[in-house]
Design a protein around this ligand. Structure first.
Ligand SMILES: C[S@@+](CC[C@H](N)C(=O)[O-])C[C@H]1O[C@@H](n2cnc3c(N)ncnc32)[C@H](O)[C@@H]1O
Length: 280
């Protein structure tokens, strides 16, 4: 039984971080004309209303996309991401927030393909409806871990796999690192982007250790925090671990974080980490 609904959290600071990184990776992968495969293991509903009861209950988007909306002084990567959010909203008001599949579809070209996995019985039909006219997209009502393993290596030999579970089950922390390793064994040159929440710092430390000891090379971590005080209960930070990050990604993320992180932290100071977990 899946109880997590992304509609409660859409557009929060963790989504901004995740979608910024996804958009930059796809911007780099699409610089060459050769086709690209995008695989989203946990796709969600695809797009979210910010005036819905769910988003209204938490108001999380206010300390996320709400901090960027309407600004015209953003660094290049953040501005490009913001323009996509604006495109999803007709007019001046921020009413919708796009999910990862929406951003990916917008970034990709006719020669590219998308595989989107979602298991929630209410979110899957929404996802399917949103993309039913797009022949590049295949929606799978299947476990994203299993499906992504079956799809790798892709025919295109160039791919981004986004792994974005809800971490409803604590074992997910251990499962995700092993899963990226399994994908990497099948396809070592793929780009793998894993999102994680920072609730209990020891779980993130264990996740980092799993990647450091995995034998995989070229691994970066990008994390934004709301505070330096982690009480182990609510989410106080979030990050992305990227295997095989495109060249320049780290610099683009740094420029984006210098602008974005102070806007969402409790002190107004930037609280973030950019770490090379494993080098070349
Ligand atoms: C964090 S949300 C995804 C958000 C989406 N990637 C985005 O950025 O817009 C996680 C989603 O995974 C779905 N889910 C949970 N377990 C899954 C599984 N084993 N396979 C596929 N989807 C799953 C949940 O229903 C939920 O919609």
């Amino acid at each position: 039984m899946l109880s997590y609904r992304h509609a409660f959290h859409a557009g929060n600071y963790a989504d901004v971080l995740k979608h910024l990184v996804v958009c930059r990776i796809l911007a780099h992968l699409t610089q060459k004309p050769a086709p690209v495969r995008y695989i989203d293991t946990h796709a969600g509903a695809g797009v979210y209303r910010l005036d819905s009861a769910e988003a209204g209950t938490t108001g999380e988007y206010r300390n996320g996309i709400g901090r960027l909306w309407g600004r015209n002084d953003l660094p290049v990567a953040l501005a490009a991401y913001g323009e996509l959010v604006a495109e999803c909203n007709a007019g001046d008001a921020l009413r919708h927030y796009p999910g990862s599949p929406w951003f990916a579809r917008r970034m990709l070209r006719t020669q590219d393909r998308l595989d989107l996995c979602e298991l929630h019985p209410q979110d899957f039909p929404r996802l399917q409806r949103l993309f039913e006219k797009d022949r590049r997209v295949c929606c799978h009502f299947e476990d994203g871990f299993d499906r992504s393993l079956a799809l790798i290596p892709p025919l295109e030999r160039r791919a981004l796999v986004l792994i974005d579970p809800s971490y409803e089950i604590k074992q997910d922390y251990a499962r995700v690192a092993a899963h990226v390793q399994a994908l990497h064994r099948r396809f070592a040159t793929g780009v793998y982007a894993l999102w994680y929440p920072l609730v209990e710092p020891h779980r993130v430390k264990a996740l980092e250790a799993a990647f450091i000891n995995s034998g995989m090379r070229r691994i970066h971590l990008y994390e934004v925090c709301l505070t330096t005080r982690h009480n182990g209960r609510g989410m106080t930070g979030a990050g992305m671990i990227v295997v095989n990050p495109p060249w320049k990604l780290r610099d683009e993320v740094r420029a984006a974080f210098d602008c974005f992180a102070p806007l969402v932290s409790d002190t107004g100071e930037p609280i973030y980490r950019i770490v090379e977990l494993v080098g070349e």
